[in-house]
Design a protein around this ligand. Structure first.
Ligand SMILES: NC(=O)c1ccc[n+]([C@@H]2O[C@H](COP(=O)([O-])OP(=O)(O)OC[C@H]3O[C@@H](n4cnc5c(N)ncnc54)[C@H](OP(=O)(O)O)[C@@H]3O)[C@@H](O)[C@H]2O)c1
Length: 248
């Protein structure tokens, strides 16, 4: 019997980076994982890593129609859920004076509205004692350049962690947030930025971090597993995985 043997776990944005690493941790421990993402090819590549017990569903976190359909699929395939990791998110940067309405709406739709309605849609399926984990970001307490909209969307999610934790208390469902700092999840390497810009950005993140390095997806996944299953007397909290960036 392994740690997560037979557990049913849903991970939005589970096709790459932090979400995929977390899905692998749970699948390796014997869990049944259902992951989502927008891109079929990335989902298929993730499935190859996760093995034949895993399920990959194409579902846009910003679409209420997709979220409703996802809840139907989860009910059909899993029945009840032991942990929900609401991780799908996107980042974009622009100085305040050149931010467009389109960028604002996209970031809020995916990073704040989507998670809110995902928890709402899946809440009826969450087993008593289960854990919800939301991926916020260290930037929700920092005033960094050119990240006003992304930071605000993650701060909204931080607030929802508290209010949804309160509302799900009677159902004995815990809601907590993991707050990564700069993590080498592959997100920058997969961006359209030229390789030298990617390396320069990583160098800046390293040199400005108290621990002088980037975090790993594995370090975030371990925190998610703790919040989802082991943090049985914690709800409404946020666990930073940021090398000290939000505190020192
Ligand atoms: N890496 C960091 O330094 C860092 C720091 C703080 C917070 N975070 C947060 O951590 C989370 C994971 O990021 P990551 O670094 O692992 O990046 P990533 O590798 O790009 O992963 C993002 C995941 O979310 C999915 N996704 C994005 N938009 C979606 C949408 N509209 N609907 C459904 N799925 C969607 C992606 O799939 P598709 O590509 O198929 O859409 C992918 O599976 C995000 O919420 C991010 O904001 C990351």
């Amino acid at each position: 019997m392994t740690t997560y043997d037979g557990k049913k776990i849903v991970i939005t944005g589970g096709s790459s980076g932090i979400g995929l690493t977390t899905a692998r941790l749970f699948a390796d421990g014997g869990a049944h994982v259902l992951i989502t993402g927008r891109t079929r090819s990335t989902l298929d590549a993730a499935l190859e890593q996760l093995g034949n017990k895993a399920i990959a569903i194409r579902s846009d976190a910003a679409s209420l129609k997709d979220i409703k359909a996802l809840a139907g699929t989860v009910q059909e395939r899993f029945g009840a859920v032991d942990a929900l990791f609401v991780n799908a998110g996107v980042t974009a940067s622009a100085p305040f004076d050149s931010t467009t309405e389109e960028m604002y709406d996209e970031l809020f739709d995916i990073n704040a509205k989507g998670p809110y309605f995902t928890v709402q849609a899946l809440a009826p399926l969450l087993r008593e004692g289960s854990g919800v984990v939301l991926t916020t970001s260290v930037v929700n307490v920092l005033g960094l350049d050119a990240l006003s909209v992304y930071s605000a969307s993650k701060a909204a999610l931080r607030s929802m962690t508290r209010t949804l934790a309160r509302e799900l208390l009677p159902r004995k469902v815990r809601v907590n947030a993991v707050s990564p700092g700069p993590v080498d999840s592959g997100i920058l390497d997969r961006s359209m930025l030229p390789a030298d810009v990617v390396e320069a950005t990583k160098d800046t993140y390293r040199s400005t971090n108290p621990m002088q390095r980037l975090g790993t997806s594995e370090e975030v996944a371990a925190a998610v597993a703790y919040l989802a299953f082991d943090a049985t007397f914690s709800t409404g909290t946020e666990l930073p995985v940021d090398g000290g960036a939000s505190q020192l």
